[in-house]
Ligand binder design. Structure first.
Ligand SMILES: C[S@@+](CC[C@H](N)C(=O)[O-])C[C@H]1O[C@@H](n2cnc3c(N)ncnc32)[C@H](O)[C@@H]1O
Length: 283
């Protein structure tokens, strides 16, 4: 099979699901991943034969894409700020909105007194914890998650990127680990209600870990309220809590916080113009 034949195969079999630019983009990612071929190779030598050893891998990837499996789970890699991260179906694929949340934390502390300890609650692939440890050097960063399988991936990502983070298996809903004073708490907790499933795309619903996406029960703010209660005890004075939020519930969250009066509230829009990020500074 030549490079051009490969791309035609992809265009024909995937055209009912993705637009052509997206198909070509996936094909180029897979060329690089399986054949170590540069994106320009297709334009330069379209009749170049593909290495037979990896044609089956390419065909399997085509099948996976036709089943709407995210490309990051096919290659096992995702990119987040300056990190290359391993991702498996145990961990959420890091999102661009979350990169913006990290940007807000970094911006808040650049040129100022760097926080001593940062805690990332629900660390997943470790994307937030590792970026903050890399971009705010000299901080101690702790990443917690409820699942040991998730923490194994986060740990591997620390080693892969040569960034030091302390990992700990903890259930934030049943915190039993004593005192942990933090100057900054960051969290992108599960924030989708099961009733929103119908509106979700198959590539998310069928492949990403439900424990990372959904809040069980009736309270969409369950994790936020628990984390705020945790911050009441463990966040140092003038420390900040940064959240990624479901825009649907941000007003309810704000109202609850206005009632507490211990925190100064601010929020930011994401690149799609959605009210997605909240910062609470302890008074
Ligand atoms: C939305 S994902 C965020 C992952 C990662 N921080 C990111 O931004 O891509 C939420 C994470 O919270 C973890 N989680 C779910 N319930 C938890 C709990 N009770 N305690 C701690 N972590 C929990 C999940 O395993 C998942 O990794």
């Amino acid at each position: 099979m030549t490079l051009l034949e490969g791309r035609t195969l992809f265009r024909v079999h995937l055209k009912h699901l993705y637009d052509q630019n997206e198909i070509d983009f996936y094909f180029k990612i897979l060329l690089s991943h399986f054949f170590d071929l540069d994106a320009t190779q297709l334009a330069l030598t379209p009749s170049q034969e593909l290495d037979v050893d990896h044609i089956e891998d390419l065909k399997r990837a085509l099948y996976d894409l036709s089943e709407e499996k995210p490309i990051q789970y096919i290659t096992g890699l995702a990119y987040f700020r300056s990190l290359e991260l391993e991702v498996t179906p145990d961990v959420l694929i890091p999102r661009p909105e979350t990169e913006e949340l990290v940007e807000w934390v970094v911006e808040t502390y650049s040129g100022k007194q760097i926080p001593k300890t940062i805690l990332d609650i629900g660390t997943g692939s470790g994307c937030i914890a590792l970026s903050l440890a890399q971009e705010l050097p000299h901080c101690k960063v702790i990443g917690i998650d409820v699942r040991s399988e998730v923490l194994k991936i986060a740990k591997k990502n620390g080693e892969r990127n040569k960034v030091a983070v302390e990992w700990s298996q903890q259930n934030i809903l049943e915190w039993k680990n004593g005192s942990i004073p933090a100057d900054v708490i960051v969290s992108n907790p599960p924030y989708i209600m099961p009733k929103e499933k119908n509106a979700m795309k198959k590539n998310v619903l069928n492949y990403e870990p439900h424990l990372a996406l959904f809040v069980e029960g009736e309270d969409p703010l369950l994790f936020y309220n628990k984390i705020i209660a945790f911050a009441n005890q463990h966040l140092t004075p003038y420390g900040r809590l940064f959240f990624e939020v479901n825009p649907v519930y941000i007003d309810a969250l704000k109202q609850g916080i206005d009632n507490i009066k211990t925190y100064t509230y601010s929020e930011r829009l994401d690149i799609f113009g959605k009210r997605r990020m909240v910062c609470l500074q302890k008074g």
